[in-house]
Design a binder for this molecule. Structure first.
Ligand SMILES: NC(=O)c1ccc[n+]([C@@H]2O[C@H](COP(=O)([O-])OP(=O)(O)OC[C@H]3O[C@@H](n4cnc5c(N)ncnc54)[C@H](OP(=O)(O)O)[C@@H]3O)[C@@H](O)[C@H]2O)c1
Length: 246
């Protein structure tokens, strides 16, 4: 979605590793400068920034915790003042704290909900007005197959991602007339640090494709939803899950 007057830019949360890192690199390849948020892993973020710059695009690092509403608002207000409204916003930062609900600690419920669902609000709320005024933009949230099917051992994560899907669909309908789309990419089992340590051999038996997905495959789906070609696609949940759930 290029504008003619300046290089378009994307805000990507959780861009230092895994899926967010691949999205940052892919959007740079697509022609976007990238404002990269992450929590604390600056060394990893610098590596991703080098990939963005290798595509001839600018990378700006903005470490803050998306659960911190004040920090998010402060950075976003500065971003809007310095760079104008973002062309693309990717709400990707997310965590898991798996365990059966019967034994779940309050912190495990709160941390997961606050990161995925609270992070959506803390990021999108301060910038949506500017995007509507610009009458241009793409919002993509990264949910999960767990939020669609409900996954035992992940009541917290399923609730957070299910809520994120519902929030994105509702937002899509609020903003469609202003030329801003909002869509969900919903990955299945993807090869990142998040899935390290899981009993993958057993879990992959449920995946028709019989393998983990790659971060590049998830980033390609995001790239499409951010493209000019996807201007009439909004409120959609694009599953990238090897057939695990349809
Ligand atoms: N991997 C999968 O199989 C899978 C499947 C479905 C959905 N997803 C979703 O895809 C998204 C990315 O997952 P991933 O596998 O790439 O995870 P990952 O490898 O663990 O990377 C997580 C990223 O999010 C950042 N982050 C975490 N909490 C944050 C916070 N509070 N504030 C700001 N940044 C934060 C991390 O920053 P630091 O590096 O600074 O810690 C890192 O950049 C998540 O929303 C996840 O739920 C993943």
């Amino acid at each position: 979605m290029a504008t003619e007057t300046r290089t378009p830019y994307a805000l990507v949360t959780g861009a230092s590793r895994g899926i967010g890192a691949a999205i940052a690199a892919r959007l740079a390849r697509d022609g976007f400068d990238v404002l990269m948020n992450f929590r604390s892993n600056t060394a990893a973020a610098e590596t991703v920034a080098a990939q963005v710059r290798a595509h001839g695009r600018q990378a700006w690092l903005e470490p803050f915790d998306v659960t911190d509403r004040v920090a998010a608002k402060t950075v976003i207000e500065r971003m809007l003042a310095e760079r104008g409204s973002p062309d693309v916003v990717i709400v990707n930062a997310g965590i898991t704290r798996d365990g059966l609900l019967a034994w779940m600690a309050d912190e495990e419920w709160d941390a997961v909900l606050h990161t995925s669902l609270g992070g959506f609000y803390n990021i999108v709320r301060p910038l949506i007005g500017a995007m509507l005024k610009a009458r241009l933009g793409r919002i993509v949230t990264i949910a999960s197959v767990s939020g669609q099917m409900g996954n035992p051992g992940q009541v917290n994560y399923s609730a957070a991602k299910g809520g994120l899907i519902a929030a994105t669909k509702a937002l899509a309908r609020e903003i469609a007339k202003r030329g801003v789309t909002a869509n969900v990419v919903s990955p299945g089992l993807i090869d990142t640090e998040m899935t390290k340590g899981l009993p993958l051999e057993q879990m992959l038996q449920a995946v028709p494709a019989g393998r983990l997905g790659t971060v590049v495959e998830v980033a390609a789906a995001v790239s499409y939803l951010c493209s000019a070609d996807a201007g009439y696609v909004t409120g959609h949940v694009l599953a990238v899950n090897g057939g695990l759930y349809t």
